[in-house]
Structure formats: C-alpha cells, structure tokens
Design a protein around this ligand. Structure first.
Ligand SMILES: Cc1cc2nc3c(=O)[nH]c(=O)nc-3n(C[C@H](O)[C@H](O)[C@H](O)COP(=O)(O)OP(=O)(O)OC[C@H]3O[C@@H](n4cnc5c(N)ncnc54)[C@H](O)[C@@H]3O)c2cc1C
Length: 170
C-alpha cells in the first residue's frame, strides 16, 4: 500500500480507496513527523505532498460508524489491470435510509486521484438517484482511452460504487 500511495500513479487503485475512507497518512522525514489527509496528499501526476527525504510511515483509517458500507469498482485496462476509471465509495445511512455521509474517491480519470465533492454534496440527505458527474478540469487521455470515454466511465462507475456501498450499508 505504501509504495502504491507514495508512487501516486494516476491509475492506481489504493489512492481512490484512501480518499473514500478519509485516510490520514503519517509522514516522517528530516524535519520530524507530520500527518496529512489523503485529500491533501495526491497533488498531480505522480506528485504527492511528500517532500524530499520524507517517507510514508503509517496509514490511519477510522472505523466506520454503524450503517456504513463501502465499495470499489473499476474498468480495468485489459493488459495491466490498472484502472481506466476506478471509483471507491463510502456511505453511512441515516435512520430513513438516506445518505448521512458520502465520500467518493476517483482514480484513472484525472492526473491525480480526487474526491468527487460535487457528487458527495448532491447525495447527502438523499438516495442514490441524485448522482451527477463531478467537475474535473483535465481528463487523462492516452492510447488506452480518450478523455471523453474516461469521463463517461467515471459517471457509470460512480453510480455502481455508490449503489454497492449503499446496499452494504443497509
Ligand atoms: C503489470 C503490472 C500491473 C499492475 N496493475 C496494477 C493495478 O491494476 N492497480 C494498481 O493500483 N497498481 C498496479 N500496478 C502497480 C503495482 O501495484 C505497483 O508496483 C505498486 O502499487 C507499487 O507498490 P510497491 O510496493 O511495488 O512500491 P515500490 O515499487 O516499492 O515503490 C514505488 C515508489 O514509491 C517509493 N516508496 C515506496 N514506499 C514508500 C514509502 N513508504 N514512502 C515513500 N516512498 C515510498 C519507492 O521508492 C518507489 O519510488 C501494476 C504493476 C505492474 C507491473
């Protein structure tokens, strides 16, 4: 996990799940110890918040409350298994079965894994029907998949991850 997270390949699986689980990363280096939220860690293409001389020394994930569920789904690049689009969703339901909290991490789509805040905000207090695409400015584009296709996959897999997470939470 540490190697994958520190490497920050834009199509790696762990970053999306770490974002959805709101993980905290412990970092050690010449200037001592510090902690960084996953949402502040993945900066750009293969670039993290790690500074020269620093290493990732720990990963903290809070135990989810009752009525929580999570899921990670992806479209695989057929040779490597890397994500053309991968979405991790973590959901906690309220007594009415609506979303009390939602966290969505997306990988494979943009230069760095990101939290889909617009989707999260749209869903809090609601059921699954409100899912929308998020405001990514730059979609990854290469010989495996166009930016448009990755954007489409991000929407489809966000819906699938959220459906599965909500089913598990219930
Ligand atoms: C054929 C193939 C298919 C793959 N498919 C997938 C896939 O489907 N999904 C996926 O997510 N990944 C995939 N990978 C990537 C693979 O999982 C990575 O090699 C792995 O994620 C990196 O972890 P590692 O432990 O090997 O890291 P390493 O190779 O040991 O490290 C990666 C980099 O991070 C640095 N590093 C390691 N640990 C730390 C640390 N604690 N703090 C700071 N820096 C550190 C290293 O110096 C190095 O620069 C694939 C790789 C290959 C070759």
């Amino acid at each position: 996990m540490g190697g994958s997270i520190a490497h920050a390949d834009p199509a790696a699986d762990w970053p999306a799940t770490m974002l959805a689980l709101d993980a905290q990363f412990d970092i050690g280096g010449p200037d001592g110890e510090r902690a960084v939220a996953a949402s502040d860690f993945f900066v750009d293409l293969f670039i993290t918040d790690l500074q020269p001389g620093e290493v990732l020394t720990g990963i903290r994930i809070a135990t989810p409350p009752e009525n929580s569920g999570g899921a990670y789904v992806k479209m695989r690049q057929s040779a490597s298994g890397f994500a053309l689009a991968g979405v991790a969703a973590q959901v906690t339901l309220d007594d009415a079965g609506n979303c009390a909290s939602v966290a969505v991490g997306v990988t494979g789509v943009a230069p760095a894994a990101y939290r889909a805040h617009a989707v999260e905000d749209a869903l809090v207090g609601q059921g699954i029907d409100a899912v929308a695409a998020d405001g990514v400015e730059e979609f990854q584009e290469d010989h495996h998949a166009s930016g448009d296709y990755r954007a489409h996959l991000a929407r489809v897999f966000t819906q699938r991850a959220l459906s599965q997470a909500i089913e598990r939470a219930a």
